[in-house]
Each structure stands twice: as structure tokens, then as C-alpha cells.
Design a binder for this molecule. Structure first.
Ligand code: ZN
Length: 322
């Protein structure tokens, strides 16, 4: 009787140990796979429209994306879940060192040790390329006013679905010397689409833009900075070079004018390709505040195509090349 009881306790213990082991393996595997998923600061561009699914506490300021929200609700909870897990990964990584927004330059991937020659050498001395994603929005006209005042040129990576409703604004961008480029049609992770879907995202946006400007864009910023060789090849077929960034203040997360302002003053230097979003009032105002200071420092504000020579299939900055 006593022996049977001991055997029973022993078997219960065995089951507990087995459950703990399986849990440990699963947790380790998930941690490893999430840290490998985005070797660069890819989640920087967890920008509107999808961000509303993970950051419901922050007011969503733009009017232009309302149709996107509707569309995205049909993508189901799996996309939201993956975004939540990405955000959680980033936030937990940062909270382990500090709870305040980062002020230092984003970390570079350890892959940088490869001896790939820099294909994208800045052409203009003392120049910076400021880029704005996800627009146009209700903040874009104000941004254009400030840029005009200082004769500063920037690059706008537009969502194709925002183009036809903002023809006058996009024509103004072109008339005032800015570059207009492709940020996909509806902001999907291009790695998760079929070839035909990727081509559709790129081509519909190129067509919408060229219908206004008369020219096909030459540059693509993949949503979330998410791409692989396959996406690069498809972009090349469509005549597009990939443009990522360095640095980024993660303005989708830190919505504070002075934070954006201070980040820009500290991190934007000759050769920088800065990522911002004109979807956020705080990003636009932080940049407008920093603009005269950077002008005083002698920096020249040029478009990405003026900063570097890129041909279809190139990846800029070169440190992002895969
Ligand atoms: Zn974006």
C-alpha cells in the first residue's frame, strides 16, 4: 500500500517535471526566434495605421488613415498579435536598460562585420535626407510651409491608398522640390505576401503617384522596414531601390515634441537618413523646431536621391543590405 502511494507520488512528480521542461523549451525557443526576427531596428516603423491595434491609449491623430483601420480589421487578430509581440520585445529590451526614451544612436546589427562595400556613398557634403512615412496627413501642409521657409528638401514615402485624396498636396511636394516615393499601398509586411500581392502593392502605388507627378517613384520604403532578398528582387523588377534609415527616434512610440527635437539635434549628422512620420503632430512639430538649428549648423537638406545614387534593387543605407 505504501509502495503504491510512493509510486503515485513519483509519477505525479514526473509529470510536473515534464511540464516544466516543455514550458522552458517553448519559452526559450520563442525568445530566440523573436530576437532573430528583426536584426535591425525594424520595429521603428511600427507606424500608423497598424499601430492603433497595439497602442489604443494614444490618440490617433490622422484623418487620412480611417479607411486603413477598417481594412485592417479584416486581417484578423493574428496580425495584431504579432505586432503586439514585436512591440513587447522592443519595449522589454529597452526597459531593461532605461525607462526614458533612448537618446543614443540606434544599435547596429552585428552583421555589420561583413565586408560589403558601401554602395550608397553620400554625394553631397554636409547633406542629410529627412524622410517622412505614411502620409500625407493633416500635418503635411504645415510641414511643407516650414521646409519652404528654409529651402529644405525632404522625401515623402506615401501610402498608395492616401494618394488620390491628396492630389494637390502631392503636386505641391513635387513643385517645391521634394521627392515622392513608394511606401506600399496599404502598409502590409511585404515578406508575408505572395509575389503577385507584392507586385500589386508596389505597382498600384507607383501608378497612383505617377498619375499626379508624371513619373514613377524610384524608391521604396518597405513597411516596418521588413524585407528580404525576395522583396528586394521584386522591387528591382518594378524599378525601385529600397530605402531604410539611420537614425530613427521611434517617433511612433515617443510622441513628445521636445523628445523628437532633442533626438534630432543629437543624432542627425551629415549623411543621416532620418525616419519620421508626418502622421504625428509631435513628430512634425519636433522637426520644425529642430530645422533652424540644423540649418545654422550648416547641414543641407536634400532628397534621398540627391543624397545617394541608387539604382533599382539597391538597399540604402548599405548596413541594411541582406
Ligand atoms: Zn510606415
Amino acid at each position: 500500500m505504501k509502495k503504491r502511494r510512493i509510486e503515485h507520488i513519483f509519477s505525479v512528480l514526473l509529470v510536473i517535471v515534464a511540464v516544466i521542461s516543455v514550458t522552458a523549451v517553448v519559452v526559450t525557443w520563442r525568445l530566440m526566434s523573436s530576437s532573430n526576427q528583426y536584426p535591425h531596428e525594424t520595429v521603428d516603423d511600427l507606424s500608423a495605421p497598424n499601430e492603433t491595434t497595439v497602442n489604443s491609449s494614444a490618440p490617433y491623430e490622422t484623418t487620412d488613415h480611417s479607411s486603413v483601420h477598417t481594412t485592417n480589421t479584416t486581417t484578423g487578430s493574428s496580425a495584431s498579435t504579432s505586432l503586439i509581440s514585436l512591440t513587447t520585445t522592443t519595449e522589454s529590451r529597452e526597459s531593461s536598460t532605461s525607462t526614458v526614451p533612448p537618446t543614443s544612436k540606434p544599435k547596429q546589427s552585428s552583421k555589420k562585420t561583413t565586408t560589403k562595400p558601401p554602395a550608397t556613398r553620400p554625394k553631397v557634403k554636409g547633406a542629410v535626407a529627412i524622410t517622412f512615412d505614411d502620409g500625407p496627413t493633416k500635418h503635411t501642409a504645415r510641414l511643407l510651409d516650414a521646409l519652404k521657409k528654409y529651402d529644405a528638401k525632404v522625401t515623402f514615402f506615401l501610402l498608395g491608398q492616401n494618394v488620390s485624396n491628396n492630389k494637390a498636396l502631392i503636386q505641391r511636394m513635387i513643385d517645391e522640390g521634394h521627392e515622392v516615393a513608394n511606401h506600399s499601398y496599404s502598409h502590409p509586411d511585404l515578406r508575408k505576401l505572395s509575389d503577385a500581392e507584392v507586385i500589386s502593392q508596389l505597382r498600384k502605388t507607383n501608378n497612383a503617384i505617377s498619375a499626379i507627378t508624371g513619373k514613377n517613384p524610384k524608391l521604396l520604403r518597405p513597411p516596418y522596414g521588413a524585407f528580404n532578398r525576395h522583396v528586394t528582387d521584386l522591387a528591382k523588377q518594378e524599378g525601385l531601390a529600397l530605402v531604410l534609415w539611420t537614425p530613427s527616434p521611434q517617433d511612433w512610440k515617443y510622441r513628445d515634441v521636445d523628445y523628437v527635437y532633442n533626438y534630432i539635434l543629437k543624432n542627425v549628422k551629415a549623411g543621416s537618413t532620418l525616419l519620421l512620420h508626418d502622421t504625428y503632430r509631435t513628430s512634425v512639430d519636433g522637426f520644425i523646431k529642430a530645422l533652424p538649428v540644423l540649418v545654422d549648423r550648416g547641414l543641407k537638406f536634400v532628397t534621398v536621391s540627391e543624397l545617394v545614387d541608387l539604382k533599382a534593387g539597391d538597399v540604402h543605407p548599405a548596413s541594411w543590405a541582406k
